[in-house]
Design a protein around this ligand. Structure first.
Ligand code: COA
Length: 159
């Protein structure tokens, strides 16, 4: 039986921590869709199209992934695309409460879609997209937190 999963998030922009989780998920699931939520409430630095392009360009070496943008509910995207699993990352205990609430709400909305959690490599458990954006905007070096293509895009955007 082939199992497909989605990894939803804002990915503004995708970091090496996100990529680490995608690579782990790709070893477990047959097919992984990195699903980039429009999420206008977060007022993203990069447009949805740019976030999709940056994620694609960062992971060209992985065969069994697809990167797709979406608007609307995560569970609707999962159902519409035949994805039975929502994969999310837990970097620290502090992530748990929010993720637990999200998973339970998603289960309430769609009982046929399961949420599974993975943890990133410990070298990445302190990274977040907003910290990376902040460091870059203040002239700090972010090259150890993001792929070269994201590094260049962030430097260009922060200029
Ligand atoms: N490495 C690096 N950073 C990570 C990470 C990892 N492995 N895992 C999480 N993060 C960071 C992100 O960079 C982000 O940081 P930031 O807020 O500082 O920018 C933060 O943790 C969480 O962001 P993200 O993983 O992108 O998720 P999100 O909380 O922005 O998005 C959605 C959550 C998109 C999945 C959720 O809002 C959603 O499902 N929206 C669609 C609408 C919907 O269905 N709503 C009902 C939900 S029940």
């Amino acid at each position: 039986m082939s199992v497909s999963a989605m990894y939803p998030g804002t990915f503004d922009p995708i970091t090496l921590g996100h990529e680490d989780l995608v690579r782990r998920a790709c070893r477990i699931f047959d097919h992984v869709v990195v699903a980039i939520a429009a999420n206008p409430s977060k007022e993203p630095m990069f447009s949805l199209e740019e976030r999709v392009e940056l994620a694609r360009a960062s992971m060209t070496d992985i065969n069994n992934i697809e990167v797709s943008g979406y608007e609307g509910l995560t569970v609707d995207f999962a159902r519409d695309n035949g994805l039975g699993v929502i994969m999310r990352g837990l970097r620290a205990v502090s992530d748990f409460e929010y993720e637990f609430q999200l998973a339970n709400m998603n289960r309430h909305l769609a009982d046929d879609v399961e949420t599974a959690f993975l943890t990133p490599n410990e070298n990445y458990n302190f990274i977040s997209s907003s910290l990376v954006r902040e460091i870059c905007s203040m002239g700090g070096d972010i090259s150890e937190f993001v792929s070269p293509v994201v590094n260049d895009a962030l430097i260009e955007r922060c200029r």
